[in-house]
Design a protein around this ligand. Structure first.
Ligand SMILES: [Zn+2]
Length: 379
């Protein structure tokens, strides 16, 4: 496994992050079974050893130790330092310890950086959603997307309940598109919630921002308080995330985009998705995200009630959303469209002017027409 330029952390610390992310997956998969067998305490002990060992690696690890050797040492250390009170304890722990060995060996055999691999997969999954709706994502846009992992000692301290913050900068120069996704992690504080929310967070960055249109350069970055980019499109990313396991097919146990226990990944995404639109004193943009995501859900609700789309409200919703995000409509008008959807749908009594426009969209799939007619309702 090679280390890429995408990391701003010393090599020994990068290994600790990967070790922790991978072992969390194994621990999570076996937790309920160990607890059910009444050995939950040993599970806690193993988790504690993982956190201590990786914290020591962060502080004192050697840069020159190959990643393969580090991961195998970590697995050995977890196994060797565990004290079994009785024979059945050893039997109950064996499947987890064996699985950690298997996971570390698989990771050691992987040629690419697993976190960079997860990002590339997220770009691919997001692009597939656009392509599925007839929007051919330019190859140069996919190739121009890169990721940078940055690190800090303390919690990124923003509004989300994870030890991670992500944002995307569009840095198109002349005729070539480029987007850099920055992911800031706090390695010492890295917990399961952060590890399992990573796929949803990466999908949000790729679907909402990296692939934002219009696909001519340079592009105009949406503001952090954009109702469309950060509220509405986040609902789209969340729904794509929920559908991803059906898209993924067979994946490796080390794939950081794919859960070992699906419910754990869904739960982490649910928590972060809800936190993005929850009230927060320190971040007034929450209200714009809340309006944007509520507008998206209100439209989904309407589509679920209309006879033309009640069988499958998701498809027209996703199609409208990605085609609007890829379109030439500017960021201000996108936000205005979202605000008007909200205003017309949050009280059913106000929906009358909007419903025929949505029904027309279901027959002609004319995104520009729907936006133009909706924003004309403002006067
Ligand atoms: Zn965003």
């Amino acid at each position: 496994m090679s280390s890429l330029d995408s990391w701003s952390l010393p090599l020994h610390a990068e290994k600790a992050v990967l070790g922790r992310l991978l072992v969390y997956k194994a621990l999570d998969l076996h937790r309920a079974q160990m607890e059910a067998a009444d050995y939950g305490l040993l599970w806690e002990e193993l988790r504690g050893k993982l956190c201590n060992s990786t914290a020591r690696q962060l502080r004192f690890g050697r840069d020159d130790q190959p990643l393969e050797a580090y991961l195998k040492d970590l697995a050995r250390e977890l196994r060797e330092e565990l004290f079994f009170p009785d024979a059945s304890a050893e039997l109950v722990c064996a499947p987890l310890l064996d699985f950690i060995d298997e996971l570390m060996e698989a990771a050691a055999r992987t040629e690419h950086d697993l976190l960079v691999g997860a990002f590339k997969r997220a770009v691919e999954l997001a692009a597939m959603e656009y392509i599925r709706h007839g929007l051919p994502v330019p190859q140069e846009l996919i190739k121009g997307a890169t990721i940078e992992f940055e690190f800090q000692e303390n919690s990124p301290g923003q509004t989300l309940p994870i030890q991670m913050e992500a944002y995307t900068l569009l840095e198109d120069e002349g005729s070539s598109p480029s987007a850099i996704v920055h992911v800031i992690l706090a390695p010492r504080l890295l917990d399961e919630q952060t590890a399992f929310a990573l796929p949803y967070v990466l999908l949000h960055e790729c679907l909402c921002h990296v692939l934002q249109g219009p696909w001519v350069w340079p592009r105009m970055q949406a503001d952090a308080n954009s109702r469309f980019a950060e509220g509405w499109m986040d609902v789209v990313a969340y729904r794509l995330h929920a559908a991803v396991d059906a898209i993924q097919g067979d994946t490796s146990i080390t794939d950081l985009m794919c859960p070992l226990r699906r419910a754990a990944q869904m739960q982490a995404a649910d928590t972060v998705h809800a936190a993005r639109r929850a009230h927060h004193d320190a971040d007034r943009a929450w209200s714009h995200r809340a309006i944007g995501s509520e507008a998206a859900n209100l439209l989904l609700d309407l589509l679920g009630r209309l006879p033309e789309s009640s069988d499958d409200p998701d498809t027209p919703f996703m199609q409208l959303s990605v085609s609007l995000n890829a379109s030439s409509i500017d960021n201000t008008e996108r936000d205005l469209f979202v605000s008007l959807i909200y205003q017309h749908l949050y009280l059913w009594s106000r929906s009358a002017p909007l419903v025929p426009l949505v029904r027309k969209y279901l027959t002609d799939h004319d995104t520009l027409g729907l936006v133009a007619h909706t924003t004309a309702l403002v006067v």
